[in-house]
Design a protein around this ligand. Structure first.
Ligand code: IPD
Ligand code: CA
Ligand code: CA
Ligand code: CA
Length: 269
């Protein structure tokens, strides 16, 4: 089997599992949602649905591909050297939106082989919109190939971002944003990093950046953005990771990157 065949097969499996997960999340939302606990801080909430959806996806992956490992936000995991594929799962990205019934929360599922994300799907569970990508095969939403925004002027760029849960981190992020806001058209904070990356991929945002993301937040959406032609990196030559994820079309990337470096966006808590 060729590499591309395998990657498309992984994507097909990811899409069918993520669709069932999105259906579950939506149904649980309709039945009413209570926070079951807070995690790192009072703002960092988890619901029964986060856990139920993660369990369902784990079970489905293990039934289909018993040798693979899964890294998920709620139950961790993902270790195991011999595994062919490591799946990276955010069962509900945008839990605060989910709690408030704001229609911007997603299932995010990516397949990683040899440390590289090769297939990814993000489904907005409230609306059913789907974004998919396979490494080297482009990014798609609802059958349409994505190519990012054509904006070339950072001063006219609509930029998405987000804030972590820890108080000291969000203060740092707010200070960075205060430094940036005068240099861009405007900012959007929708509350689901995986969807933000897909919005940048389709040009509904001109660019996106955020510090403090975990692999499950950006694995699938980052591939969608990269396959749409965006540069998806960290700062100062680093790859996208916990210190920074910046996703922007080539014409905007350097300018946004340099401004974020000036503001020390990747430094601090
Ligand atoms: C969060 C969302 C949010 C981002 C945070 C994430 P969760 O994920 O993606 O938009 O700003 O950094 O932690 O907890 O809702 O899965
Ligand atoms: Ca998340
Ligand atoms: Ca989550
Ligand atoms: Ca969470």
């Amino acid at each position: 089997m060729g590499c591309m065949d395998r990657e498309h097969e992984l994507l097909d499996l990811a899409v069918s599992i993520a669709r069932e997960a999105a259906t579950r999340a939506r149904a649980m939302r309709a039945a009413g949602v209570d926070p079951v606990a807070t995690k790192s801080t009072l703002t960092d909430v988890v619901t029964a649905a986060d856990r139920a959806v993660e369990r369902q996806v784990r079970d489905a992956i293990h039934a289909a591909r018993p040798g693979d490992v899964v890294l998920g936000e709620e139950f961790g995991g993902g270790e195991g050297d011999g595994a062919a594929v490591r799946w990276i799962l955010d069962p509900i990205d945008g839990t605060v939106n989910y709690l408030y019934d704001l229609p911007q929360y997603a299932v995010s599922l990516a397949a990683e082989v040899d440390g590289e994300v090769v297939a990814g799907v993000v489904i907005n569970a409230a609306t059913g919109r789907e974004w998919t990508a396979v490494r080297g095969g482009g990014a798609y939403a609802d059958g349409r190939r994505l190519s990012g925004s054509g904006q070339t002027d950072l001063r006219q760029a609509l930029v998405g971002t987000g804030f972590g849960y820890a108080a000291d981190r969000r203060l740092h992020q707010a200070a960075v944003l205060a430094g940036l806001i005068g240099d861009i058209r405007d900012v959007r904070r929708f509350g689901a990093a995986a969807i933000d990356l897909c919005l940048a991929a389709e040009g509904s945002l001109d660019a996106y950046y955020e510090k403090g993301l975990n692999a499950w937040d950006h694995a699938a959406g980052g591939l969608v953005a990269a396959e749409a032609g965006l540069l998806v990196t960290g700062l100062r030559g680093a790859t996208a990771g916990p210190d920074m994820v910046v996703a922007a079309p080539p014409a905007l990337h350097q300018g946004l990157h340099d401004r974020l470096v000036e503001l020390g966006a990747d430094k601090g808590p």
